[in-house]
Design a protein around this ligand. Structure first.
Ligand SMILES: NC(=O)c1ccc[n+]([C@@H]2O[C@H](COP(=O)([O-])OP(=O)(O)OC[C@H]3O[C@@H](n4cnc5c(N)ncnc54)[C@H](OP(=O)(O)O)[C@@H]3O)[C@@H](O)[C@H]2O)c1
Length: 230
């Protein structure tokens, strides 16, 4: 994988240093971006992760992320969404990489609305000025590292990017490209439901054209997807 595709070095903030957060951080570092990463604990505790797995990333306290980040990736289990320090995120591009996974999260009544994407629910509960984008939730952490490719590689796969703030989606599309994937702008957050667990695109490793085709789920496929919800 070559370096930064966009040429812009960005400051990437990540909250959550588990499997997803670490994989995204590693790709961002490989692309030449600056990475700050936080958990619910103090920075010194996250330092163990950065020393062992993320050479070059800087551990910080969660409250410090906005001051050092152009974009904040949220990579924590969804059940913690209300506990995050979102007051400091006002006006920021924030990436919702979370999924509603009842076997892990338990049943969360607010996400039991089949007609709303989980990102719409989260946006409604967070400060309204947050520029929320949904992406990277629908690819496994191992594929984030193993399937990243330089732009133009014949086996490069696509990732969907959804959001109501079109400029934020464009920024995130450039970062997805930097991370090693073909970004596909799929439209507003509501359409982001197509990237959620049990839907056709969740975990799908498809090139850009096949990804766009799979986005057009038939009513029968949609019903089957909903029947598969975890
Ligand atoms: N695993 C994947 O392949 C994958 C891929 C894409 C997206 N996702 C999504 O990404 C999210 C995280 O998944 P994961 O598998 O990476 O989980 P994980 O391995 O359990 O890691 C979760 C991380 O979040 C931190 N965390 C938990 N509560 C927090 C809080 N209140 N404030 C700050 N940090 C907190 C945890 O650290 P502390 O407990 O020390 O705070 C830990 O570093 C989920 O919503 C998942 O659906 C996962």
């Amino acid at each position: 994988m070559s370096g930064d595709a966009s040429g812009d070095v960005r400051s990437i903030g990540i909250i959550g240093a588990g499997t997803a957060g670490v994989a995204i951080a590693r790709r961002a570092l490989a692309a030449g971006h600056r990475v700050h990463i936080a958990t619910s604990g103090p920075a010194r505790r996250t330092g163990l992760v950065t020393r062992v797995l993320l050479t070059g990333a800087v551990p910080v306290n969660a409250e410090e992320l906005p001051a050092v980040s152009d974009v904040i990736f949220v990579c924590v289990p969804l059940r913690h969404w209300r506990t995050l320090p979102t007051d400091g995120w006002q006006g920021r591009i924030v990436v919702d990489a979370m999924n509603y996974w009842p076997p892990v999260d338990g049943v969360l009544p607010e996400f039991e609305h089949a007609d709303l994407s989980t990102s719409e629910v989260v946006r409604a509960g967070w400060p309204s000025s947050i520029r929320l984008v949904k992406t990277l939730n629908h690819i496994g952490y191992h594929d984030i590292e193993e399937r990243a490719r330089p732009a133009g590689a014949p086996d490069r796969i696509a990732l969907g990017v959804a959001g109501d703030d079109r400029a934020a989606v464009a920024t995130m599309a450039a970062i997805v490209d930097d991370l090693g994937f073909d970004p596909v702008d799929i439209g507003p957050l509501a359409v982001g439901a197509a990237l959620e667990p049990a839907r056709e695109l969740f975990g799908a490793l498809l090139g850009r054209d096949d990804f766009r085709a799979a986005l057009q789920e038939t009513p029968e496929q949609l019903a089957a997807s909903r029947a598969r919800r975890p």
